[in-house]
Design a binder for this molecule. Sequence first.
Ligand code: PMP
Length: 430
Amino acid sequence: MNTSTSHDLFTRALPLMPGGVNSPVRAFASVGGEPFFAQRAEGAYLYDVDGNRYIDYIGSWGPMIAGHAHPKVIEAVMTTARDGLSFGVPNALEVTMAETLTRMVPSLEMVRMVNSGTEATLSAIRVARGATGRSRIVKLEGCYHGHGDSFLVKAGSGALTFGLPNSPGVPSALADLTLTLPYNDLDAATALFDAHGDEIAGLIIEPIAGNMNCILPREGYLQHLRALCTKHGAVLIFDEVMTGFRVAAGGAQQLFDVVPDLTTFGKIIGGGMPVGAYGGRRELMEQVAPAGPIYQAGTLSGNPVAMAAGLATLELVRQPGFHAELEARTHLLCDGLEQAAADAGVAVTTNRVPAMFGLFFTDQKVDTFTQATACNINQFKTFFHGLLKRGVYFAPSAFEAGFLSAAHSEEDIEATVDAARHAFREAAEA
Ligand code: PMP
């Protein structure tokens, strides 16, 4: 596979941008080698600047659930852009977006648009703190909520990949206000709330963790956290930046039937444009400026082009059978990967929900952070490169979930499993 143009671009980028990239995991630092540079994307495929095609299981890290460059999304963007890129006054698409989100996710009574998942989570904990008058927040080990100071404590995603779960630059006075819990440990949560319940403003969790690979909540776990927050007067925040509209039209909260007080979104609601949102119970959201005293603002928030891309994507997501079809394809892929690994004599296990999956190099079922981090990383790296050179792009980190889109056909999945058969054989020798 010729990747010389990507190599030249990366060589130019390295002295100019930290790690040569604008977001860490893209640099391939944890898997070795160099990233490829995208030329364009369509449906399930990414094409690099050297003309190579990859079946893409990242989908821009989540937004592309309808497939890359979906004609309806592109058309909505082009049509809207012709009327201007940003107005600084309200526009009708913002109202349609708020109506759409509150209809699709019943726990959202009010919503505020922002520009990234990071902004959404930062704002949500400000609301939790402002509304409760308390300072401490609780997060789960291995969960990632963007790069806000309060969240870079035992964080997942790139922070975990690069061994930087507690980042320098975060004042300890602030980090100390973040309490952490092991994911899926009910007793630890009870004990923490028993000890600190009246100091806790809120608990934030990925209701399905996707930033320490993919880990599902144990039966009753989210319900347990809901009960603890209610009992102790803390705000329960579901970070559905990844799971929102992906695992079900109403997100993980619909899948598990648990109602949070606040929810954060990103990725899919922007259809590939930079967007985030947070929302929830009216009495909380009415405390946000200018309706209330908790300040949060954004020059480009509610951007018309971003709203248009998001609305077009959400319309596709709402089509009958959309998630059922994706769920079937996710099973097809994960079953195929497990079989291919077994044939190659490599121990793997998968976790899956509709359109989202995790592949772990271990013979145990994984539902804790400790298990996720104990997997065979060397085998993962060999497997990753084995797929890449055969035109299949999985996340360049053992700690990221994989994503499917509606554009991934059964043929794409068969081709992926075929490539995986070879890659697992190579991994067996790693
Ligand atoms: N929360 C979750 C669950 C995420 O997965 C991410 C990003 N991967 C974020 C928050 C941060 O979103 P952004 O990168 O848009 O700031």
